[in-house]
Design a protein around this ligand. Structure first.
Ligand code: UDP
Length: 374
């Protein structure tokens, strides 16, 4: 792809979801790929165990001084240090994923050096510019040379934003293969649950988005709703949420069992046995479509409408959580979930992305544009 480089493909990641979704891409690239970790998630609770469970060696951060800084400071530090790194190593392409500050900085650093930038999970739009993730998405869409859209809807968003059609490919989302590669079987699931004291059939919840953690009224209503679901709840707690609960003095109801963040395989064991998930996570909205589980998304908007349209999830305000949970658990809803294919891919996304990253552009590109994964 880069005529002037025979280097490796630099796969840049800095947060838990990026590690999870790029691990299959690194595996597909094999010797052609090089992991570049920015350390944006500087909390080892969020990254070390995830590296291990995704089968990646813990990678030393290629950038120093990122964790915990301001948004502008983080991006500036990463652009500066990634540019120096890429100027030395001359990767043949830079792969970035999603919508974090790392994604934004990796794309800038590659672009300024004339290195082709491949964006995985391109074309998501919440149309809410107050979300830092949305501006990261828009910026990366302007900089990337190859846009790997997870769904035809995501591809349409890119084309509507004047991204050239020949650079957009519907590859699917590597989250599908990330989940299927790591999903424990029934016996291991039972062992994992017992080891963590989590009852089979519990509700699995995660909360970390600022719209919930930075607003004490929403956070209190959310915890209150979790306590009124009529089932035990496992809540692996993000460090940001732990700080917010303490800062706002929010009580955790007795039915809610707080756990430290868990590695991805453990999380998938919890999810596999859960009756219902409640989350504000982006990745979890995709994962439930592979696991065929009902999800209540406690957010005001989502950039993943496919999961809602296919019946796997519903958007809810915190105070409506119990009512929405009841609807998602109705016989009709569960029957639909059991028979609907994931809109996020067919398990081949990481292979397609690896091919694109090493410059094997399929001809004609329209082959992947029509993919529907059903
Ligand atoms: N996850 C995990 N352990 C946990 C909580 C979540 O491995 O204790 C995984 C989850 O399965 C999903 C990803 O982390 O793949 C989502 O990350 P997060 O919610 O931090 O970010 P988002 O997807 O919202 O960007």
């Amino acid at each position: 792809m880069a005529e002037n480089s025979t280097g490796k493909v630099a796969v840049v990641f800095g947060t838990r979801p990026e590690i999870i979704k790029l691990a299959p891409v690194l595996r597909a690239l094999g010797e052609d790929g090089e992991a570049v970790f920015t350390g944006q998630h500087y909390d080892p609770e969020l990254t070390d165990a995830v590296f291990r469970s995704c089968g990646l060696p813990s990678v030393a951060p290629a950038v120093t001084g990122v964790g915990g800084g301001s948004r502008a400071g983080q991006v500036a530090t990463m652009v500066d240090q990634l540019s120096s790194l890429f100027a030395r190593t001359r990767p043949r392409a830079v792969v970035v994923q999603g919508d974090t500050n790392t994604t934004n900085a990796g794309a800038q650093a590659g672009h300024y050096l004339g290195i082709p930038v491949v964006h995985v999970e391109a074309g998501l739009r919440s149309h809410d510019r107050a979300m830092p993730e949305e501006t990261n998405r828009l910026l990366v869409s302007a900089l990337a040379d190859v846009h790997c859209a997870a769904t035809p809807e995501n591809a349409r968003n890119l084309l509507d934003g004047a991204v050239p059609a020949g650079s957009v490919f519907v590859t699917g989302n590597p989250v599908v293969e990330a989940v299927t590669a790591l999903l424990p079987d029934e016996a291991e699931t039972a062992r994992v649950l017992a080891g963590h004291g989590v009852a089979a059939g519990s509700v699995l919840a995660t909360v970390h988005r600022p719209e919930n953690t930075d607003d004490p009224v929403r956070l209190r209503a959310l915890l209150d709703g979790l306590g009124r679901l009529g089932a035990p709840v496992a809540l692996p707690l993000h460090p940001r949420t732990r700080k917010a609960l303490a800062a706002w003095g929010v009580d955790v109801p007795a039915a809610v069992r707080v756990l430290p963040p868990v590695d991805h395989r453990t999380f998938l064991a919890f999810a596999r046995s859960a009756s219902l998930l409640v989350s504000d996570s982006g990745g979890v909205q995709e994962e439930v479509t592979v696991l065929r589980k009902p999800l209540v998304v406690v957010r005001t908007s989502t950039e993943r409408p496919e999961s809602v349209a296919a019946g796997f999830s519903v958007l809810s305000e915190p105070e409506d959580l119990v009512a929405h949970a009841g609807r998602m658990l109705s016989a009709e809803s569960l029957a639909r979930i059991a028979t609907t294919a994931s809109p996020y891919g067919d398990g081949l996304a990481s292979q397609r992305i690896a091919q694109l990253a090493v410059g094997e552009v399929p001809a004609p590109p329209a082959v992947w544009m029509s993919a529907q994964f059903s």
